[in-house]
Write a protein that binds this ligand. Sequence first.
Ligand code: ADP
Ligand code: MG
Length: 541
Amino acid sequence: MNEDKPIYILPENTQRTLGKDAQRNNIMAAKIVADVVKSTLGPKGMDKMLVDSTGETIVTNDGVTILEEMEIEHPAAKMMVDIAKTQEQEVGDGTTTAALLAGKLLEEAEELLEKKIHATVITKGYRLAAEEALKVLEEVASPVEDQETLRQLAMTAMTGKGAEGQKEHLAGLLVQAVHQVAEGKKVEIGDVKIEKVKGERVEESSLVQGMVLDKERAHGDMPEKIEGAKILLTDVALELKQPEQEAKLSITSPDELQRFIEHEEKSLKDLTDRIIGSGANVVLCQKGIDDVAQYYLAKAGLFACRRVPKSDLEKVARATGGKIVSHLQDVREENFGAAEMVEEVKQGEEGMTFIRGCQNPRAVTLLLRGGTGHVVDEIERAMQDALGDVVAAVRSGRVVAGGGAVEMSVSRRLRAFAKTLGGREQLAVEGFALALESIPEALAENAGMDPIDVLAELRQRQEMGEARAGVNLFTEKVEDTLAAGIVEPLKVKTQAVSSAAEVAQMILRIDDVLISRGGGGGVGSSGAIGGGMPPGMMGMD
Ligand code: ADP
Ligand code: MG
């Protein structure tokens, strides 16, 4: 055997980074991601303008939107994007906080690594710190007093966003909407439907009793209004199958094709006849409705919309007591939704379908308006965040003081907790405590205040027992932020802490990165994230 011959265990073009290099690269990527969103945190945060490869522009302040649109390629950086997404799914708000916290946790870890503290010790310390932080959060949270707390919560979420100018009006609508759909503490974000209309002023936004669909009726000859609506909800396509798209067909002669088309046309006619005969007077179809089918339906005086998104169909089903029909034999009255009226209303250039007087009185739609597409889009993002907060607070009934107050008090308690630990984990817990201070620090910095002064005062006031001392950016003072109406749901913070801690631990545990070229973006490729890797080490001697 030839001893000198290298043994290749990996494909030749695999890029490999090991040990400290891998760790350093991953931490750097995560820090860069955190840095990108940092300047958007809080009411005085700046916006980002994102232009995608097709030239489409988005102006936003929303952490998760920024990260999603950045088309990040670095694997560790992608994990950061994922925490923002998880935060978005679980709560709807706090995405910037979660990403910033994770970045800071890794920054603190980097320093500890440099002091020769092993990654395993750091991850253990972070795990202990996160557990303790969650306990403290539960402890310091306050109950939701009344509707006013919810309104403040919604306004806090909207402060500094596109919706700021009309936040009182919008927060009022939102709280009313949630109040209407909630059954006690049972409520979900999806229960409140939000629709956007561009071309009018933000203050014209309103709460509509019933469902609003961003859809016109399929055919101009259909009636604009149906009273005593019996609504067929279906995900069956009311159109011919496109032979060229159906790969399973094997047609050998023109005759056969002709027969096939005739057969299809007949079954389409049967389908529409069946619908018309069933007594339904409104059809909401998830798929397309063929011209011919539209014509038949219009002739029979039905109102129909096509390509209604599935999520909308589900909401209408809930609101009207109908069922979504997937088979022809289920086109029966008992599956129809009921509403007093279905009507198309012109909103600017486009028509929207309003379903009023739904069987379920909890059905509401927030109709958001704004001068341009960019404006309504950013308002919608702010409203979605606020909606997530209000829903989270209604469900748990618990809120915390904003403006970095709760982060400061958790940080202080973690420092005390660290002292109770014997080993080197202590240092990691202290690092966690420091990372939490990055929230008030960034809030102050983004508002042009001196972050060092603010942190010093915060520490001191908290030390004196003012657990709700935070930075109030309305007054630019350190004070009881809960009393000042700067309120956030507990869930935003527990979720941010646990997912940031999780991703930091996950990234720290990695000591080997293997990337096969061609399998998606490489670490060293010139993606949005800098800090490339040294050339991979291929094979081993
Ligand atoms: P995220 O994506 O994390 O929700 P935001 O940009 O919405 O980021 O900022 C949320 C932070 O802004 C929270 O820490 C909240 O307490 C803080 N905040 C909101 N309004 C104020 C205010 N008036 N004064 C100080 N802090 C505020
Ligand atoms: Mg927010």
